[in-house]
Design a protein around this ligand. Structure first.
Ligand SMILES: Nc1ncnc2c1ncn2[C@@H]1O[C@H](COP(=O)(O)OP(=O)(O)OP(=O)(O)O)[C@@H](O)[C@H]1O
Ligand SMILES: [Mg+2]
Length: 220
């Protein structure tokens, strides 16, 4: 971490509850996620804020769990053709705004930032092709036994990485951040957790979830 990345306000692409997301200043295939200072995370739940105020390591813990999950996944899938259902994570960089997590950028064919499932649901709707891509990613999340902590419509995006094929990618909310890491205990307990997350995702998006086939479908 020698070089300081200077992030531009014009390159701010999203401000989540935890992190501000910037385009990487020199690499069109990467993003830099900077941890927001605590006062800016005021939209979080009372318990979350309490934990962050009294136990600041909670914020770092989230990133640690995310990286742990990424490492676990990549070390157990060393085939170069492996396509992870979550974003690649490239380590850290110093920025003038604080520590930045360098991550893979998911984009449209034209190079714009990929749309989230949330944007699609609230706007043009989910096309049959995007539904297939979503189900393919859900299938791979189960297959790779990925522990998710926040499988929400804002964390699933549809686009391409490094000029590859269009796919649905989980860009945030992986890793077992639960106080009692039930999901990491066994594959069966993680599958129950994924079932529950998918059920909630269906409730929030208006899609239907079939827990037997483990697929989403359009209502009606
Ligand atoms: N790798 C990526 N490729 C494309 N877009 C991304 C990527 N990562 C994040 N985004 C966009 O930035 C938004 C916020 O990113 P992210 O979810 O990582 O931040 P966050 O602060 O953890 O969010 P929150 O706490 O609200 O879940 C996402 O909803 C998505 O629109
Ligand atoms: Mg998020």
């Amino acid at each position: 971490m020698t070089q300081m990345l200077m992030l531009q306000e014009t390159d701010l692409v999203a401000r989540g509850l935890q992190r501000a997301v910037y385009l990487h200043p020199t690499d069109p295939d990467k993003l830099v996620k900077v941890l927001l200072p605590s006062p800016e995370t005021a939209g979080r739940s009372g318990f979350g804020n309490f934990m962050e105020k009294h136990f600041p390591l909670t914020r770092v813990r989230h990133i640690r769990k995310e990286y742990t999950e990424y490492l676990r996944l990549m070390l157990s899938h060393q085939d170069p053709a492996f396509r992870p259902p979550i974003t690649h994570m490239y380590g850290f960089a110093n920025t003038q705004l604080g520590l930045g997590c360098v991550t893979e950028r998911v984009t449209t064919k034209q190079g714009n930032l990929a749309k989230t499932l949330d944007v699609l649901v609230k706007g043009q709707g989910v096309t049959p092709r995007n539904l297939d891509l979503l189900n393919d990613t859900i299938r791979r999340l189960y297959q790779c036994d990925i522990r998710t902590s926040d499988l929400t419509a804002k964390n699933l995006v549809f686009g391409r990485r490094n000029g590859g094929p269009k796919e649905c990618v989980l860009v945030d909310g992986f890793g077992d951040i639960h106080a009692i890491p039930v999901r990491s205990m066994a594959s069966w307990s993680n599958r129950l957790g994924l079932d529950d997350s998918c059920k909630r995702l269906a409730q929030r998006t208006g899609l239907l979830w079939n827990n037997k086939s483990r697929e989403f479908s359009q209502p009606g």
